[in-house]
Design a protein around this ligand. Structure first.
Ligand SMILES: Nc1nc2c(c(=O)[nH]1)N[C@H]1C(S)=C(S)[C@@H](COP(=O)(O)OP(=O)(O)OC[C@H]3O[C@@H](n4cnc5c(N)ncnc54)[C@H](O)[C@@H]3O)O[C@H]1N2
Ligand code: MOO
Length: 418
């Protein structure tokens, strides 16, 4: 283990170091339907002009010049009752004084000056005229025609690389003619939970605790942009912990762990004889990138690179401390690995005075009340009620702050409660 690297880093430095450590991974091609939420690795260009042909924006008639109009196709009283392909309407070029039926999306014939919508025309015999609802100049030149290339020229960039794809962008990529997109795959994360006192169901006895990580960390990781492949436990036995971290491929779980990008461990970051993570990292000659963070809660948080290239994020066992470590280290690391920027911070006005806390930033769950960030109650390291109802986490520097002073704050990656 490299000595002294990133020991007791400042909170902001820890975020940046974790983000910079995560170099973007190689990209892969995925079908459009699988690209949602992934980072776009290459710009999406229009493979032809968008729209790729001039079409009608209304059901009605394509007309040339002023009325009356005669038909180049057999007349139909109500074009909306037609059941013809969209390409039919564009097959015969119009002369001035001619018209043809057209549906929304139908091809516009050559020499069309505008589209007269169904509601504004009437057919008598084989003559089309405006009706009483139409304006005297209807259709104006180009009215209800969607020209080819109106939205994008062929070859132009429609979506820049680096965005996290949303439904509208997937739809646009389809319109641009793409079947697959180049995306950076979600980093593959494994979870390794320690603590012999941890039980997974029911009411714990004194000396036992209910597992707060197993039921939510996979979803939390997903909200940060990663994907949990395997979640397992190691006993509070040094050899067991070393074996699980080194992930020698002896069974399916260790094989899956070994092929991941990030291993998140919970608990065991401290110095007691039951806390094995640091000593296991030393035994495995891992490179320690962050060795403790000057924050409360969560100061024992670790980030290391294992000899096989995987990252290890060591979360403290205390539940709130672990959640703060997820936001400070796991979030930025996963963002870096998926080619996304460091998650932005917001500014809030502190709703309380904070005394100085030498050498430590305080991460304080808060609720928005009256335009201020009001510190939540119940926010000791082992408590969860404060974070459970929080709107965000305010970062109070070691110097403390006064009410109404602007503070940086972390947005929570989940929809926040009312
Ligand atoms: N002498 C010192 N003691 C401690 C220090 C210190 O600096 N000197 N730091 C404290 C702080 S701060 C933290 S945080 C913890 C770090 O503890 P570990 O990462 O070693 O975690 P554990 O000892 O395994 O557990 C701590 C606490 O969390 C509970 N825990 C563990 N896993 C779970 C789980 N899955 N669900 C719910 N709760 C869990 C565990 O039972 C302990 O109560 O060390 C302090 N001590
Ligand atoms: O900082 Mo510990 O990480 O307070 O619970």
């Amino acid at each position: 283990m490299s000595a002294g690297a990133g020991r007791n880093l400042g909170w902001e430095d820890a975020r940046q170091v974790a983000h910079a450590a995560g170099k973007a991974m190689p990209y892969q091609m995925v079908p459009l339907a699988d690209a949602l939420g992934q980072t776009l690795a290459e710009p999406v260009t229009a493979l032809q002009e968008i729209p790729h042909y001039a079409s009608s924006a209304m059901d009605g008639w394509a007309v040339s010049g002023p009325p009356p109009w005669t038909f180049v196709h057999p007349p139909v009283e109500d074009p909306r009752r037609l059941n013809a392909p969209h390409s039919d309407s564009g097959t015969v070029a119009l002369e001035p004084g001619q018209a043809t039926f057209i549906l929304t999306g139908g091809t516009v014939p050559a020499n069309t000056t505008g589209i007269l919508r169904t509601e504004h025309g009437q057919v008598r015999g084989d003559i089309l005229n405006r009706n009483d609802l139409a304006r005297a100049d209807e259709p104006a030149p180009g009215e209800h025609i969607r020209p080819a290339g109106e939205e994008a020229a062929s070859g132009s960039t429609a979506i820049p690389a680096g965005v996290i794809l949303n439904p509208a962008q997937i739809a646009l990529a389809a319109v641009c003619g793409h079947d697959t997109l180049a995306v950076l795959r979600a980093p593959r994360v494994s979870l390794l939970m320690t603590g012999d006192e941890v039980i997974e169901a029911g009411l714990p006895q004194p000396g036992q605790v209910r597992d707060t990580f197993g039921p939510q960390l996979p979803a939390f990781v997903a909200m940060l942009g990663g994907h949990v492949d395997v979640a397992g436990r190691a006993s509070d036995d040094f050899d067991d912990v070393v074996h699980a971290i080194s992930a020698e491929a002896t069974d399916a779980a260790s094989l899956a762990r070994a092929s991941g990008d990030v291993l998140i461990t919970t608990g065991g970051t401290g110095g007691s004889s039951a806390d094995h993570i640091r000593r296991a990292l030393a035994a495995l000659e891992a490179e320690l990138i962050i060795d403790g963070i000057a924050m409360r809660p969560g100061h024992p948080t670790l980030l290391a690179r294992l000899p096989d290239g995987r990252f290890l994020v060591g979360l403290p066992g205390n539940p709130l401390a672990a959640m703060m470590a997820m936001l400070t280290v796991a979030g930025p690391l996963i963002a870096g690995l998926r080619g996304a920027p460091l998650p932005p911070l917001r500014q809030v006005l502190s709703g309380a005075d904070f005394e100085p806390l030498p050498g430590r930033s305080r991460l304080v769950p808060y609720r928005n009340e009256g335009g201020r960030a009001q510190p939540s109650t119940h926010q000791r390291s082992g408590m969860l009620r404060g974070l459970a109802m929080a709107h965000g986490v305010m970062v109070v520097p070691s110097a403390g702050c006064a009410t109404d002073q602007p503070m940086q704050a972390i947005d929570l990656p989940w929809p926040t409660p009312q």
